[in-house]
Design a protein around this ligand. Sequence first.
Ligand code: AHM
Ligand code: MG
Length: 331
Amino acid sequence: MSKPLITIERFLLSQQPEYAKGDLTTLFYDLALGAKIIAMQTRRGAFLNNLGYEDTTNVQGERQRKLDVSADETIYKLNDHTGRLCAMVSEEREDWIRIPDNFSKGHYVLVYDPLDGSSNIDSNVTIGTIFGVFRALDEEKRGRIEDCLQPGRNLVAAGYIIYGTSTMFVYSAGHGVHAFTLDPEIGEFLLTHENMRFPENPTYYSMNYGAYPSWSPGVKKFGDWLQSTQQPRLSSRYIGSLVADFHRNMLYGGIYAYPADVKSPNGKIRLLYEAGPMAFLAEQAGGYGSTGVKAMLDTQPDHIHQRTPVFLGNRSLVEKAEEFIREDHKG
Ligand code: AHM
Ligand code: MG
């Protein structure tokens, strides 16, 4: 007998029957559709005149690439009118997104980075989409900034889509991390990796050592420790796409870190729609996510584009980073 074909929808319903016909299931359906469209846009970028830059910058002052903008439009357009959401936050938009008045509103908030790993977009290197889903704090009021500014601990679900040698949809709705691979022949995501866990013994570390001179003494010591005193020794792998580095490390064990440095005292990665969802996935896969000082999931965002230092991966390695960084904070 051949193996059953398990779609995201079928799997979600089998795991969490309470979501039957629910908004979360259909939200995932739309995100998966978005993933297929963005995968096509990135694959055909050169033919669609979709490589290179727009004339615009985003709120972080970064020049927007055409694919950043089209991926953002894709996710926004698939979700603005469905009646499932009361608000959205995108890395590419300065303000939180209100659902237009002519559409009905729902209980969920979607936060997303439409295309992460921007520096890799035009060079055929793996990139990803990151998302998180919160429930509105006050379901009556439907859509306020407070509904968006929630700590990762409140996430109902989170995930990423990885555009690599294949396209994968990886998510957790609080019952483990599961991955679905896009079968391009039939255009459907099918379950390929159930209940992903960080292996006990890590293999890789992923940090941009080009920033070493600007790291704090504690981060430098951690970076040195990763390179010199591990038995058996870890190997270095750094793609510069959070999704890709995290995904590989979840499969083989390891740590991804983007610490603070002199240039960016709060680090580079955004708390709400990058670090929070990835920390949720890390904990669901038996790992841990930290700011270097405390659990990422317990960190309350003060504004939607807030940055944070990030340490994600095997708990033993992330806690080691915290040990070294704690030294920086002692008198
Ligand atoms: P982006 O949202 O502008 O793409 O920035 C986030 C990305 C991460 O995916 C990646 O880990 C990091 O920036 C790489 O930064 P750097 O080139 O400084 O190492
Ligand atoms: Mg990003």
